[in-house]
Design a protein around this ligand. Sequence first.
Ligand code: NAP
Ligand code: ZN
Ligand code: ZN
Length: 349
Amino acid sequence: MTLTPAYAAADAASPLAPFSVERRAPGPRDVQIDILYCGVCHSDIHQARDEWGGSIFPMVPGHEIVGRVSAVGGEVSKYKVGDTVGVGCFVDSCRTCPQCEAGLEQYCDEGMTATYNARERGTGVPTQGGYSTRIVVDQDYVLRIPDGLPLDAAAPLLCAGITTYSPLRHFGVKPGDKVAVVGLGGLGHMAVKLAVAMGAEVTVLSTTESKRDDAKALGAQEFAATGDGRAFKQLRRRFDLILDTVSADHDYNAYLGLLKIDGTMVLLGIPERPAPVAAGVLIMGRRNLAGSAIGGIAETQEMLDFCATHGITSDIELIGIEKINDAYERMLRNDVRYRFVIDIASLKA
Ligand code: NAP
Ligand code: ZN
Ligand code: ZN
């Protein structure tokens, strides 16, 4: 065991504060990673504030982790000391169910073991995430960061990147397809970059008029402000695929009306409360409403390699960890362009 500096939420009502977390000594198949950068996902806020229920405290959030290997167990073959690696949203799964065997570990029959706010398989010890200087992870759940990607701006690929890449691939986006991205935040801005790189014609649907120029700069062809409702008439039956990344309660039915016949809307954002869906809007257009969770390990590696090939990373604001509570408040006010990343050096100082 090593005592590792971290930031944790003591309970759902408290701000994050300095904390020490015990990391296990690397087992035979483990990789010990000295963390360099950790992205700040809206899921960190949802869970630190127990908005989804069942949160485990104290909680060290963080699942967009990039770091360097500092030790490996005796049976580790995939990584060596000094390698630049990443860890995303989960660190283990059952490895034997049909989904695990198919590389869809995020849908494991026994439930994936999340990087934080979960319990380790076997020991039941709570997992703790990347707002810390070190983490120990089984080699099979570690990703390789390709050469050439800036490491701070690559961190958000481990969640925001794969969460948007996976549905774009699964639902078969091809050149010329009309894709809408709802909500231009951490996930949303990655969705735009990735869909554009796949050749789609992308429209951003946003509540924030001041993001119009950014949407274009990210490669979107169109931007529609959703505030006054006009967009819902103008863009009726326009899209093959809609990725909904909104973190707050909103009306799904209005967006479903923007799908073509047989189009699909994929829910990625996880608001606190369930929302009603009208049968009529699905029926009168044979439309599909779907959901998607992150991506498996193999697909996450594929996404990282795709990003290296296409020169894609996240637009980030690098912060010291002492700014984390302020960063949460700013995310809730839509005041981030487009992902906070914690410089973990600030935790060692
Ligand atoms: P984020 O950076 O805070 O972005 C969310 C965006 O939603 C905002 O930028 C804003 O975009 C829009 N929005 C916020 N409040 C809104 C409201 N009241 N009405 C309409 N739009 C609103 O969050 P994120 O990190 O991208 O995460 C987004 C959601 O995805 C979260 O719920 C998170 O938990 C979830 N998530 C899911 C998965 C998965 O596997 N499915 C993975 C990661 C995260 P505009 O200003 O453009 O309107
Ligand atoms: Zn996330
Ligand atoms: Zn499984």
